[in-house]
Write a protein that binds this ligand. Structure first.
Ligand SMILES: Nc1ncnc2c1ncn2[C@@H]1O[C@H](COP(=O)(O)OP(=O)(O)OP(=O)(O)O)[C@@H](O)[C@H]1O
Ligand SMILES: [Mg+2]
Length: 337
């Protein structure tokens, strides 16, 4: 991670709510509060892991950053090194400019590559949109890109069905790289792959990041993947970030009972490490009607009155000389156990 800690993205009070429409009149009957007041700084050059159970809002947060879904409230400030702009307030032309710099790689390469197009056909569009007008220039760039993800130049004339899952995902990565982005959101980018292929793609993503000085937001539900790839990790629960710390610190000095429960579910190879599995009671509550107070309180074994009544803010602490954020009313007490 960069020592200077230049901030590339600042999220301030970001909310993304989806209306629930009922009846033939499509009246709004409520909202899915998918992202509910996220404050987060992302540093240039880091890999920020984003973890949490299914439905907690990880993809929605990633899409909100790229404005692929409309945010309901808050600011997303993007610093492109010359200036800082609120992505939620850009017009279409400015957004296109910014989309050169922010990219997303999804889990399923099947859905992101058009089966009717060759790789060249799929990868040339973003280049055309961004002004690479000569076909020869596009072929040169795409050939170089394919080589940079350990594929061959000739692969550009093949169709998606002619590749394996791992190769298709590498093509997806090549496409995200094609217009030289600053930041890539990887949304479960390796989750559909076999473990050995996963390891290759993760290694590749790490190498590309170093070479191109990229920043990653790495969304996954797999905590061993996050441990391998991340510099810092943000833990999400019901639309909110509940803990954020450098990866070693998150594991060594966990300050939120929810993170403890998540971590305790990973099988530990080291038998000296006594770890008691914490079973999370109950289901994830609905993001349509989240619990009052701390949204984790109905499942928390340490719940007190304050947890039922007061929303805990994400507060800054220091552990082992590094910044550590937790939104548990009893964050420091977690360190004793
Ligand atoms: N377009 C949409 N319209 C309505 N509700 C949505 C929409 N997209 C997501 N949601 C809801 O928002 C919540 C968060 O979903 P999201 O896909 O962001 O979760 P996630 O953390 O990425 O989950 P997973 O790990 O399963 O990918 C869920 O309750 C989901 O049903
Ligand atoms: Mg998702």
């Amino acid at each position: 991670m960069s020592e200077s800690k230049e901030t590339i993205l600042k999220l301030r009070g970001v909310k993304t709510y989806f209306p629930i429409q009922k009846g033939i009149l499509k009246r709004t009957a409520g909202y899915v509060q998918a992202v509910d007041g996220v404050n987060l700084d992302v540093y240039r050059g880091e890999t920020l892991g984003l973890v949490g159970e299914s439905g907690c809002g990880k993809t929605t947060l990633g899409k909100s950053i790229l404005q692929l879904v409309k945010t309901t409230d808050g600011e997303i400030l993007y610093n492109d090194r010359t200036r800082e702009r609120d992505l939620c307030k850009l017009n279409a032309r400015e957004m296109m400019e910014v989309h050169r710099k922010l990219q997303i790689v999804f889990q399923d390469p099947h859905s992101s590559l058009n089966p009717a197009f060759t790789v060249f056909g799929s990868l040339q569009d973003p280049l055309k949109t961004h002004g690479v007008n000569s076909k020869a220039a596009r072929r040169k760039i795409i050939g170089d890109l394919l080589e940079s993800v350990n594929m061959r130049r000739e692969h550009m004339d093949l169709y998606p069905h002619e590749f394996s899952g791992g190769q298709r995902q590498r093509i997806g990565i090549a496409r995200a790289l094609s217009i030289e982005p600053d930041l890539i959101v990887c949304d479960e980018a390796v989750s559909a792959l076999d473990v050995s292929i996963q390891a290759q793609v993760l290694k590749l993503l790490k190498e590309i990041k170093e070479k191109r000085n990229l920043t990653y937001i790495f969304i996954t539900h797999d905590l061993s993947v996050v441990e391998y790839i991340s510099d810092r990790v943000a833990v999400m629960y019901l639309g909110k970030i509940v803990e954020l710390a450098e990866v070693e610190d998150l594991y060594a000095s966990t300050m939120h009972p929810y993170t403890k429960a998540l971590l305790s579910a990973i099988p530990v190879a080291d038998l000296d490490k006594k770890s008691k599995r914490i079973i999370l009671e109950g289901d994830v509550p609905s993001p349509v009607d989240p619990p009052a107070g701390c949204s984790f309180h109905p499942r928390c074994s340490q719940c007190q009155d304050i947890c039922r009544n007061e929303i805990p803010p994400l507060k800054r602490y220091m552990t082992n000389g590094t910044e550590h954020y937790s939104s548990c009313h009893f964050a420091e007490k977690q360190l004793d156990k």
